[in-house]
Design a protein around this ligand. Structure first.
Ligand code: ADP
Length: 305
């Protein structure tokens, strides 16, 4: 399990290919990225760096994802470590969000999406037929790009999950879960006097922390974050980044970010994706100071992206 599955591969890319989908990708924010045509790494080539960790909480092995004919993720092998943050970086459209969504089966809801390979959580296959997907998404929670509180009160936003999962025996216990979750999300002091007010009335940064509190409330083991700060101003972003650093004491965190500075600030490991391949993975400091693959180097030095 813990043997490194990846070794050096040639850093020389092979051929120029124009991928019609590679150059443009529209995010929920409608942000568009135009990527220049890149050297395409060989499909299924081995990842540079060490994709495994000791005692992983989650392990992906040879994961492929297809949207119809589109091969969006190619034989990706990667472990998620406990109590650490792993950042997924790479040009828009390279498959970061697709890979993230595999980890709690969010791709199940995307028509035409097909996932192959194996993904285990604490050793158990999450794509097993018997796997309860609602239960899985409590254990592997997700925070989205745009804060999306329910159109309910601040209290109800946090209480909803514990209630449907039967985590509180009575109102006193539920109150405790709501308070603890809001405290852990760094929001309690700002909202404790207005819990019955609508969650949607909070500022963007507060809404995102409310969504984090909602995720925490059901005792997740992993928190997936898909560009959680891209709709926020720099001050709200800094608060979320501080929070991510605190949360890793209790959870494994997987964050997709288009900001290399953010990846460098919040993560301990970084995974660099390019056109569906996991090109390189390793300690964040090493990736940003001494990338081994030319594509990683080109990306972090701003030659494309
Ligand atoms: P990233 O998060 O790195 O920007 P995505 O995971 O969103 O990349 O997309 C990877 C590739 O899969 C892109 O080529 C994108 O156009 C395609 N893709 C993403 N979602 C869908 C979908 N629902 N249907 C078809 N193609 C998709």
């Amino acid at each position: 399990m813990n043997t490194p599955v990846s070794e050096e591969r040639s850093a020389t890319a092979t051929e120029k290919v124009v991928d019609p989908d590679a150059g443009i990708n529209v995010k929920p924010s409608q942000r568009r990225h135009h990527t220049p045509v890149e050297l395409t790494p060989q499909a299924n080539a081995k990842t540079v760096g060490t994709a495994t960790v000791d005692d992983p909480i989650m392990s992906a092995r040879d994961v492929d994802v297809f949207y119809g004919d589109k091969h969006a993720i190619k034989k990706v092998t990667l472990d998620i470590g406990r109590n650490q943050v792993i950042a997924m970086i790479g040009p828009s459209g390279c498959g970061k969000s697709t890979f993230l969504r595999c980890l709690n089966r969010m791709n199940d809801t995307v028509e035409g999406a097909r996932v192959e390979g194996s993904i285990t959580l604490d050793g158990a296959d999450i794509y097993e037929k018997r796997q309860d997907v609602v239960q899985l998404r409590a254990r592997v929670g997700m925070v989205f790009q745009k804060p999306n509180p329910f159109p309910k009160s601040i209290y109800e936003n946090v209480a909803y999950g514990p209630r449907i999962h039967g985590l509180a025996a009575d109102r006193v216990e539920l109150d405790e879960i709501v308070q603890t979750s809001l405290q852990r999300a760094g929001l309690w002091e700002e909202v404790k006097d207005r819990l019955p007010h609508p969650g949607t009335g909070l500022s963007g940064g507060q809404q995102q922390r409310l969504c984090i509190a909602r995720t925490i409330a059901v005792n997740p083991e992993i928190i997936l974050m898909d560009e959680p700060c891209s709709a926020l101003d720099p001050i709200a972003t800094a608060r979320i980044e501080d929070l991510i650093d605190e949360l890793r004491a209790s959870y494994a965190i997987c964050i997709v970010t288009h900001s290399m500075q953010q990846a460098a600030r919040v993560s301990q490991r970084t995974a660099y994706f390019h056109l569906g391949d996991l090109i390189e993975v390793g300690e964040t400091d090493r990736i940003f100071t001494n990338p081994r693959h030319k594509l990683t180097e080109d990306y972090i030095t701003g030659r494309f992206g």
